[in-house]
Design a binder for this molecule. Structure first.
Ligand SMILES: C[S@@+](CC[C@H](N)C(=O)[O-])C[C@H]1O[C@@H](n2cnc3c(N)ncnc32)[C@H](O)[C@@H]1O
Length: 368
């Protein structure tokens, strides 16, 4: 089964939905706002009072984060127009994700909120700009838009997902579910090669779609270290593998099932991102930086200092992201006990003084 057929975040608005468990990703988006703001400002000024602006959010998922960047981008451009005394452009916003994404919730819940927010923002300033929003389902590892039609692309926490699990990983990774210190060298190399293939395909497709001078800001879950198995990126998956192994020991999950499960992700270093952008050659890098955010940022922030409960939120965040992949492989009935064990392991490790972080790599680029 191809990744694009099964991968999506938990839909809807329930307790285990991505919509209700993506606070960490929203904090990352807000931490990268100055980079996005700089890119859209430079783009707008270089376009010399454009009549229309076409933007795309790739890997938009479904939840409050889906339209948060689009809202900010539109507001930033309107502010620029006011400052420069120019007529605002018409906006076209494309929301892309894989076919299994919960697009219904976007259009039923999040789009009306976006429209209301912009209306409030604009009517207080006396004008309303047309803003056309559409969904574009499909993999960003293929063409999504007509040639030379996009001015701005944004994507956050999506490009670490690979298009497939390499064969070597399926054959050799045994009880590991991701790159681990116990994984053979061939497994690490195969994951890295798959990232290089996927990311350069992504860049090639976008280079066809973005106008000359167009901008792209990508934030990818990554790592600081050049060691692909560093704790930065692998620890969360190692702890999930521990919970799965406990279920194998209890006879709930078959050993072969565990051995044939792997996470289709690669968390690159900034050097690896730079290398692929330079090799592909269609975009010049304006900014490349890493940022860190502690696991505890998943929490809603109202716990007493030192409370373990906030680590349950890391488990819930991970569940909202990875549950559809796990259900497809292990079945729905194993999910509650699995995530109960996983959260307990997380709380135990963190209570013993370990403080882990998510690392993000953000790259801002211009189409040459
Ligand atoms: C962790 S969510 C991030 C969502 C949102 N950007 C945010 O920051 O909250 C990653 C999203 O990327 C999407 N995704 C993964 N691979 C993709 C692909 N090849 N093409 C399009 N979307 C993809 C997933 O379906 C998922 O909705």
């Amino acid at each position: 089964m191809e990744v694009k057929q099964v991968l999506h975040m938990n839909g809807g608005l329930g307790d285990t939905s991505y919509a209700n468990n993506s606070l960490l990703q929203r904090k990352v988006i807000s931490m990268t706002k100055p980079i996005t703001e700089e890119a859209i400002t430079e783009l707008y000024i270089s376009m010399n009072a454009p009549k229309n602006l076409c933007m795309a959010e790739l890997g938009c998922s479904s939840g409050p984060n889906t339209m948060v960047v689009a809202t900010e981008l539109v507001k930033m451009v309107l502010k620029l127009c006011r400052t420069l005394g120019q007529q605002p452009p018409e906006f076209q916003i494309h929301l892309n994700d894989l076919n299994g994404n919960d697009f219904n919730s976007i259009f039923q819940v999040h789009l009306p909120m976006f429209q209301l927010e912009l209306q409030d923002h604009e009517t207080s300033r006396g004008r309303v700009s047309p803003c056309f929003v559409s969904a574009v389902p499909g993999s960003f590892y293929g063409r999504l838009f007509p040639s030379r039609t996009l001015h701005f692309i944004h994507s956050s926490y999506s490009l670490m997902w690979l298009s497939k699990i390499p064969k070597e990983v399926e054959l050799l990774n045994k009880d590991n579910i991701y790159m681990a210190s116990a994984s053979p060298r061939q497994v690490i190399d195969a994951y890295y090669n798959q990232f290089r293939t996927d990311f350069s395909t992504f860049l090639r497709c976008r280079s066809e779609e973005v106008v000359s001078g167009g901008r792209m800001v990508l934030t990818i879950l990554g790592r600081k270290s050049e060691d692909a198995c560093s704790k930065d990126c692998c620890y969360l998956w190692e702890l999930l593998a521990l919970a799965l192994k406990q279920m194998v020991a209890e006879g709930v999950i078959e050993e072969e099932k565990l051995q044939s499960f792997n996470i289709p992700q690669y968390t690159p270093s900034p050097t690896e991102v730079r290398k692929e952008v330079e090799k592909e050659g269609s975009f010049s890098i304006d900014h490349l930086e890493t940022l860190e955010i502690p696991w505890a940022a998943c929490g809603k922030g109202h716990y007493p200092a030192g409370a373990e409960d906030r680590y349950y939120d890391v488990g819930s965040c991970m569940r909202s992201v990875v549950e559809p992949l796990l259900v497809q492989h292990f079945g729905a009935s194993t999910m509650d006990p699995l995530f109960d064990k996983y959260s307990k392991i997380l709380c135990h490790r963190m209570a013993n003084g370990e403080e882990a972080k998510f690392v993000s790599v953000t790259v801002s680029m211009t189409r040459i």
